[in-house]
Design a binder for this molecule. Structure first.
Ligand SMILES: CC(C)(COP(=O)(O)OP(=O)(O)OC[C@H]1O[C@@H](n2cnc3c(N)ncnc32)[C@H](O)[C@@H]1OP(=O)(O)O)[C@@H](O)C(=O)NCCC(=O)NCCS
Length: 176
């Protein structure tokens, strides 16, 4: 059992537990997940994961990472986070990923909706932004379904294995 922070119809946001890290570590090194995240080329050791978790607890004012739990099974399916939280400017950067076996059920769309609710209603931020590679169609769809608008792009900015250099799209969503 763990506290539910925000509940949706399909998924809920909860706290990330140390025992989740062994799953997160596997997903984080899955090449199909990794290739669309920052540092696609990187390989993460389990100890890196533990250090990241400790830093997350220490720096929790400036970074919130939520476990996405499937409501029907209560099991962990992915993570969604608000990063670089900047209270002075009222903004944060959004990131998310799901284990591959849970793709295609609408979970990310709802998890992002809940993370926005946390950002706007609980943290009182005014803007959430995200960076997405132009070939990541599913993620672009998740953002657009949640009211994000394309603010600009960095052309041929990121090397994605198997895809070459792709544009990085900058999306933003204001509270109002
Ligand atoms: C991106 C990701 C989080 C999406 O998770 P998900 O739970 O499968 O997403 P959802 O089911 O909520 O929605 C995906 C949407 O994209 C659509 N979609 C998925 N693949 C698509 C494709 N190849 N072409 C067009 N649309 C596609 C789905 O139909 C759905 O739209 P709909 O609700 O209008 O039908 C997941 O694929 C993932 O973890 N990817 C790797 C990590 C990643 O890319 N993170 C984001 C970095 S910016």
């Amino acid at each position: 059992m763990r506290p539910i922070i925000l509940r949706g119809n399909l998924v809920s946001l909860s706290m990330l537990l140390r025992e989740d890290l062994k799953h997160v570590w596997l997903w984080y090194n899955d090449r199909d997940v990794r290739k669309y995240l920052s540092f696609p080329e990187e390989i993460f050791f389990y100890e890196d994961e533990l250090e990241w978790y400790e830093a997350l607890r220490r720096e929790k004012k400036h970074e919130k990472v939520f476990a996405i739990l499937e409501n029907s099974s209560r099991s962990l399916v992915g993570l969604v986070g608000l990063h670089r939280i900047d209270y002075h400017n009222g903004r944060a950067e959004l990131g998310y990923f799901l284990a591959k076996e849970h793709w295609g059920h609408g979970y990310a769309s709802e998890a992002v909706k809940l993370a926005l609710e946390y950002a706007f209603e609980w943290l009182n931020l005014r803007k959430v932004y995200a960076h997405v590679f132009e070939t990541n169609i599913a993620s672009i769809r998740v953002l657009e379904k949640n009211g994000f608008q394309l603010a600009g792009r960095w052309r041929k900015h990121q090397y994605v294995p198997g895809e070459g250099f792709v544009d990085v799209l900058c999306y933003e969503r204001f509270r109002e």
